[in-house]
Design a protein around this ligand. Structure first.
Ligand code: AMP
Ligand code: ZN
Length: 486
């Protein structure tokens, strides 16, 4: 069996991965707060850990991996968005507004992440559907002396957990010095963090032993991972920005509530997607959404995925137009090479080895290039699918409609031959080439050149050979530009 090696943030080493139960390998990834469209940075953990999910499924079997990624659908930003709508005159209740907004955001999220070729996780729990489990865990923490109630708030007593800070390798005192901890009169210690907070009538709330209120963010992941994966599971992942305080707090809660389990064995963190050296984030305002890239800039989701996988997950990266153009040209070539080709029975050993070596996606892509250079479409297809590339579903490669067939953008789906061998385009292109030949024979070079310019302008590659003209579609092929030459 392939040995997978992963860099464990907890030990700061690359370690051989041994699942607790190979028949049920368990992975938890912190999911999005659903109040707005996902930005490109949010796509990075989704794509990176989708490759991990695919690799685990390949090695242990598709039915032997459980992947949980939550939706945080209770949050102050969500409340603020709903309150703003209400203030603007929306007649719906706050609850209705919140539910409508989070439902819609989850739909958008699925649309975007499906387009990036990410498999749906086994479970996608919504925090609001697990409030009972959170209350039970908080009660248990209070009973065990790890948490206390003050003025309707329940706080976790950080000093009661000796290993607090072990994940980030910092002492509690260092963390207090470095972090912007919220000092509140009801805290025993400034490091203590909120498990439960009171809600007034203007906020969503649930009945609890501490009055009507709502959970803190960190307890969500502890409660939902316990319910769906148990007190110990294999891998917990998320962006490096979550390491402290979110993941430290999850560990403290889970290990104190369930000292019999070890919570997560392996911790993995993806580095950030940057814009001019700064983390892409909603709060800095330096973001663009995955939807913008796909719909406004017409970049296929598969191209976005390839760019994200072009850098190792442990390194910061930028998005550039050059990277996108290069990925698009490569995928176009690979798509043509694999159109209607049956994938080989197993992936290339070197591609698998690269991924098993701490998800070395850039090395895996380099290897795919050499398989493509050998024109082995079957092996290319089987190997690329480990990275979620070149799958049958075209995932958002879009082409404008052929002249005269209507307006708007046509989303191509089905086999890649839909693009590569589309008969409609073939007939038009071959007719134009034939007209060019006639014009040449009649020595009307002005017309033959005009037809040539038209074809080239539409992204058709023409090669004149002694046997006649051969043609191919370039990655920038745009059939809308195949109009008549003047
Ligand atoms: P959020 O909705 O902000 O909690 O983020 C959802 C996920 O996206 C988390 O795993 C974050 O770590 C991750 N994330 C947020 N911003 C970036 C970024 N600029 N680059 C990479 N990952 C990010
Ligand atoms: Zn989490």
């Amino acid at each position: 069996m392939t040995t997978i090696r992963l860099t464990n943030t907890k030990t700061r080493r690359k370690e051989a991965f041994t699942p607790i139960d190979p028949a049920n390998v368990r992975l938890y990834v912190c999911g999005p707060t659903v109040y707005d469209r996902a930005h490109l940075g949010n796509g990075r953990p989704v794509v990176v850990f989708d490759v991990l999910f695919r690799l685990l499924r390949h090695v242990y079997g598709p039915d032997h991996v459980t992947y949980v990624r939550n939706f945080t659908d209770v949050d102050d930003k969500i409340n603020a968005a709903a309150q703003a709508r209400k203030a603007a005159g929306d007649p719906r209740s706050l609850e209705e507004l919140i539910r409508a907004r989070t439902d819609e955001t989850i739909r958008w999220y699925h649309e975007d992440m499906d387009a990036l070729g990410a498999l749906r996780p086994t479970h996608e729990p919504r925090a609001t559907e697990w409030i009972g489990a959170m209350i039970a865990m908080i009660e248990d923490l209070v009973a065990k002396g790890h948490a206390y109630e003050r003025e309707g708030h329940v706080l976790f007593r950080v000093r009661s957990y000796r290993d607090y800070g072990a994940l980030s390798g910092r002492s509690v005192d260092d963390m207090i010095a470095g972090a912007r901890v919220e000092v509140a009169p009801f805290k025993e210690d400034p490091m203590d963090f909120v498990l439960w907070k009171p809600s007034d009538d203007e906020l969503p709330g649930w009945e609890s032993p501490w009055g009507r209120g709502r959970p803190g963010w960190h307890i969500e992941c502890s409660a939902m991972s316990y319910e769906l994966l148990g007190a110990s599971f294999d891998i917990h992942a998320g962006g490096i920005d979550l390491q402290f305080p979110h993941h430290e707090n999850e560990i403290a809660q889970s290990c104190c509530a369930h000292p019999e389990g070890g919570f997560a064995n392996v911790w993995m963190h993806n580095e950030m997607l940057l814009v001019n050296g700064k983390k892409m984030s909603k709060s800095l305002g330096n973001f663009f959404t995955i939807h913008d890239l796909r719909k406004d800039r017409g970049i296929p989701g598969e191209v976005i995925r390839m760019v994200l996988l072009g850098t190792h997950y442990s390194k910061p990266m930028d998005w550039t137009a050059e990277k996108a153009a290069q990925a698009k040209a490569t995928l176009w070539k690979w798509r043509k090479l694999t159109a209607d080709v049956e994938p080989a029975a197993s992936p290339d050993a070197a591609v698998l080895a690269a991924l098993a070596d701490d998800l070395n996606t850039p090395a895996a892509i380099t290897r795919l290039h050499s398989i493509a250079a050998q024109e082995d479409g079957a092996l290319l297809k089987a190997s690329a699918s480990l990275l979620g590339l070149l799958e049958d579903d075209l995932r958002g490669w879009t082409l404008p409609p052929v002249t005269g067939t209507g307006s708007g953008v046509m989303e191509v789906s089905g086999s890649a031959t839909a693009i590569v061998g589309n008969v409609q385009y073939r007939e038009t292109i071959e007719r134009l080439l034939d007209e060019r030949k006639q014009a040449r024979m009649g020595k009307d070079f002005r017309r033959s050149d005009a037809i040539r310019d038209l074809l080239v302008g539409a992204g058709v590659i023409i090669k004149d050979t002694p046997a006649g003209a051969e043609w191919d579609l370039g990655a920038d092929f745009d059939p809308a530009r195949l109009g008549e030459p003047e």
